[in-house]
Ligand binder design. Structure first.
Ligand code: TTP
Ligand code: MG
Length: 416
């Protein structure tokens, strides 16, 4: 465990207290959670490959694997050169464990992390599966925030079982840089008044809104560090980059007045899973749908979401995506209804080969007051159906990209 870095206090002016939390080697950490023997070992998680195949890219690598040069976005071929598969050659040294990406599992773990974060924040903004900003101004103060953040890390580790790095600062952009400052298992506090000195030695590419093209253009102007950017003539930056020139100048000086705002609520929630070719049989598919229905209902419940529509997605060979959905007369939180409606909608596919199934709820609302009374449903003996939409997929055999057009209300975007 690394020691928390703490930079000197130059000012105690009233400022927002922003935390940026970024999980360490997140997909690899999730794999270790369900497979503890992987702890402390080099682990590589990759897209689109199975044992025996060499195509695909590295999604992430554990820090042990990074020591051997394996990193995100590298080709799996290159990773295998650096670290052969442990299973393939137990005598080779060094080797790594390779695991395929399992998004729905990582999303479950991510949700658990987010529930811990939500308990610790006035405002929570999740920005990716493993990254979030928390405004904690009313929960702590600059004297105690290091302990506050340390306890948050401990609670994530104890209750979920994965490790986070945390940055604390008076602005979002400095908090993000701080969380990356001391990875893994990092905790860096940048107090008000020390933001500019914290940023000064960094490369300009670390500054918010500075992309690779801007890095090159700034270098042409003799500006390579954030400190040099902060000392540059703002008029020259505006000449070259327009208003963005002023923005990056201000970010480099530690000025960032963006507030942590919550991300918009989702329009639908879904879970899906592939069925192994050998699985076959409508019973297996029904079992899968039951499991997915329970998971979706649980996901909605944890987010205090009520749903008015319940649906399924069924992928049949070659790659036809069929969605079926049923709308209810009011928003509900009824897990058993998600199950029964999903299974009911699945009945039509009983004799078909199924590659993939998904269950979704949509028409979400987030106020408990919106819930239709249970009495209304209990008196509705036919299972609450009001309207059934049937959305056949257009199959477009001429398209080789695999992208499909869906008619009706459900889109592929619902299935992350
Ligand atoms: P990151 O937070 O960038 O990386 P990480 O959590 O694996 O490692 P660390 O934060 O400790 O540096 O991304 C989060 C997850 O997103 C990562 O576990 C896998 C996925 N990802 C990709 O699939 N492809 C990529 O190129 C990157 C960078 C990440
Ligand atoms: Mg991460």
């Amino acid at each position: 465990m690394s020691r928390p870095g703490r930079l000197p206090v130059e000012s105690t002016s009233e400022q927002r207290i922003v935390l940026h939390v970024d999980m360490d080697c997140f997909y690899a950490a999730c794999e270790r959670l369900r497979e503890p023997p992987l702890r402390g070992e080099p682990v590589v998680v990759g897209m689109g490959y199975e044992p025996g195949e060499t195509v695909g890219a590295v999604a992430t690598a554990s820090y042990e694997a990074r020591e051997h040069g394996v990193e995100s976005a590298q080709s799996i071929e290159r990773a295998l050169e650096l670290l052969p598969r442990r299973e393939a050659d137990p005598d080779a040294e060094p080797t790594a464990y390779y695991r395929p990406v399992d998004m729905s599992y990582y999303e479950d773990v991510s949700e658990e992390v987010q529930s811990v974060l939500a308990e610790h924040a006035d405002v929570l903004r999740a920005v990716s599966i493993d990254e979030a900003y928390l405004d904690v101004t009313d929960r702590t103060d600059w004297e105690s925030v290091e302990q506050f953040a340390g306890e948050l890390k401990t609670e994530i580790a104890d209750t979920v079982g994965v490790e986070a790095s945390v940055g604390v600062a008076p602005t979002m952009s400095a908090a993000k840089i701080a969380s990356d400052h001391d990875k893994p298992d990092g905790l860096t506090v940048v107090e008000p008044g020390s933001v500019q000195s914290f940023l000064a030695p960094l490369d300009v590419e670390d500054i918010h809104e500075v992309g690779p093209k801007t890095v090159t253009e700034l270098a042409e102007m003799g500006i390579e560090t954030a400190g040099e950017l902060a000392d540059a003539d703002p008029a020259a930056l505006v000449d070259r980059f327009g208003e963005r020139g002023r923005a990056i100048y201000r970010y480099a000086r530690g000025e960032d007045d963006r507030d942590v705002t919550p991300v918009g609520k989702p329009k639908s929630l879904s879970r899906e899973s592939s069925l192994p070719a050998e699985a076959g049989g409508s019973r297996t598919v029904r079992e899968q749908v039951r499991t997915l229905a329970d998971a979706v209902a649980d996901r909605a419940n944890r987010r205090d979401a009520l749903y008015q529509t319940i649906g399924i997605k069924v992928v049949t060979p070659p790659f036809d995506i069929n969605t079926r959905e049923r709308s209810l007369s009011g928003p509900v939180d009824r897990p058993e209804l998600v199950r029964s409606v999903a299974l009911d909608l699945l009945a039509e596919f009983a004799d078909r080969e199924v590659r993939k199934v998904g269950v979704f709820v949509s028409g979400l609302s987030f106020s408990a007051g919106d819930q239709a009374s249970l009495a209304e449903w209990d008196g509705d003996s036919d299972g609450t159906e009001i309207e059934t939409h049937t959305n056949e997929t257009d199959t477009t055999p001429q398209s080789s990209s695999g992208s499909r057009r869906l008619s009706g209300q459900t889109t592929l975007a619902d299935f992350r």
